[in-house]
Design a binder for this molecule. Structure first.
Ligand code: NAD
Length: 437
């Protein structure tokens, strides 16, 4: 991870006590449960089933020490939550971010359950997170933190139990440390304990690009329904990390003019379209997309309201709400990020005729290729990138058709339609398995 000048300045600043967990301004788990109840109403789920499915089955919070480069010891807080293991082992990424809360991790775990069910994977949902700003850590501190967090949650994870993957601020190297730590604990190499690993450790071709690629497959399907010619569209992407940068590049390959992108410091805008290779080089050099010569700087708030056809939120949750939803100009929103849109905003956008491809469908490419990676690890037999991408396209195309049909049948927007499909499947597992003992 590149350590930029301002990060170095923060590291040199006098030590201040770490802030306590930020209060949950937006209780994300409450949003997830609200969405669940809306879909449960459409499905006519009974109260017993609602009680089971609206709870996370296992929640672990760990406070753990990490030795820093200067010899001091700092305490960190992490979580691992499994929402529902009815469909199979649980699956979900690990996020490193200074604003991680247990409510957020629970919501993300619940969405993983519905997401896996929407695209038909044999997994339940889970999520992990550590409250840390990883940009303030050196590589060795990041490794120490990852190994100790892995050791703390080791009793929950495993290739047939719960399989982590990368999420915000984690990457293949972090997954390699996780896999190595787990393997050292059990005494033999277990590549199937995580996905999103480096290729040399049994990672899958196409995994790094899978979330952005799956999102653009979803956009292609929706464009067909809307009669949009992607080659004549303008695209805005919020977040220029793993998911966002790949989605932006693939939209440009379709001929769309990518007019704005952003990162945590803000965005850049050029109504004629950005040279994405030059933007990527600028970000690698300076640590941010802002200040790029061929564009004007804009704030992340302004970026969401720019004139465009396709908007791809690919950063964090709680970005589109009742305040900005009436002013969004895009015709199509594809949620590469998890939870960017509030329930009120969903209704406003639906009423305005804006088609929203919901996160539990639009970003399912990541977990789908993670599933492929897990299968390849169990079989010790790698697939080619072409096989991976073709199977991913098939799954995204089928899921879009099914979700779209459900939306039409029930007269609901695609988020509720996707939830209806996912929840119905998990409810069926729950009903058929029954309650033990
Ligand atoms: P990442 O860390 O690679 O990139 C995140 C990007 O968002 C960075 O460019 C960061 O600077 C930017 N960002 C952070 N805060 C921002 C803000 N307030 N405004 C604008 N930009 C901001 O993470 P990622 O893996 O690309 O994940 C992005 C989103 O996609 C998350 O919601 C994640 O849960 C979701 N997602 C990721 C995957 C995956 O496979 N990586 C799969 C499914 C969903």
């Amino acid at each position: 991870m590149a350590v930029t000048e301002d990060v170095l300045a923060q590291r040199r600043a006098p030590a201040t006590p770490r802030p306590a967990a930020a209060p949950d301004a937006h209780d994300l788990f409450a949003t997830a449960v609200e969405q669940f109840q809306i879909a449960a109403d459409v499905l006519g789920l009974d109260d017993d089933m609602r009680r089971v499915l609206s709870h996370c089955q296992t929640e672990l919070t760990v406070n753990f020490p990490v030795e820093m480069d200067d010899g001091s010891v700092q305490m960190f807080t992490g979580h691992r939550v499994q929402h529902n293991s009815g469909p199979g082992p649980t699956k979900g990424g690990i996020r490193y971010h200074q604003s991680v809360t247990v409510s957020e991790v629970k919501a993300l775990a619940m969405w993983m359950t519905w997401k896996c069910a929407v695209v038909g994977l044999p997994f339940g949902g889970a999520k992990g997170g550590v409250r840390v700003n990883p940009k303030l850590l050196s590589q060795s501190e990041l490794q120490n933190l990852t190994r100790r967090y892995t050791a703390e949650i080791a009793m929950m994870i495993g290739p047939t139990k719960d399989i982590p993957a990368p999420d915000v601020n984690t990457n293949p190297q972090v997954m390699a440390w996780l896999m190595d730590t787990y393997s050292m604990q059990v005494g033999y190499s277990v590549p199937g304990v995580t996905t999103g690993k480096p290729l040399v450790l049994g990672g899958s071709e196409g995994r790094n690009e899978a979330t952005g690629r799956g999102c653009v497959f979803a956009v292609e399907e929706a464009a067909g329904v809307l009669g949009l010619d992607l080659g004549r569209t303008r695209t805005v992407v919020q977040g220029f990390g793993n998911a966002g940068s790949v989605a932006a590049r693939l939209m440009a390959e379709h001929g769309s003019a990518v007019v704005a992108v952003s990162d945590s410091r803000g965005g850049i805008y050029n109504p004629s379209g950005l040279d994405l290779a030059a933007v990527t080089a600028h970000k690698a050099r300076t640590g941010s997309v802002q200040g790029f010569g061929g564009a004007d700087d804009v704030s992340n708030e302004e970026l969401l309201l720019l004139d465009c056809d396709v908007l791809i939120p690919a950063a964090l949750e709680n970005q589109i709400d009742a305040e900005n939803a009436p002013r969004i100009k895009a015709r199509l929103i594809a949620e590469a990020a998890n939870g960017p849109t509030s329930p009120e905003a969903d209704d406003i956008l639906h009423d305005r005729g804006v088609l929203v491809l919901p996160d539990i469908f639009a970003n399912a490419g990541g977990v789908t290729v993670s599933y492929f990676e897990w299968v390849q690890a169990l079989q010790a037999f790698p697939w080619t990138e072409r096989e991976v991408n073709e199977r991913l396209r098939l799954i995204m195309t089928r899921a879009f058709a099914a979700v779209h049909e459900t939306g039409q049948k029930h007269g609901v927007h695609l988020r509720t339609a996707a939830l209806v499909r996912g929840i119905a499947r998990v409810a069926e597992f729950t009903r058929v398995r029954g309650i033990y003992p």
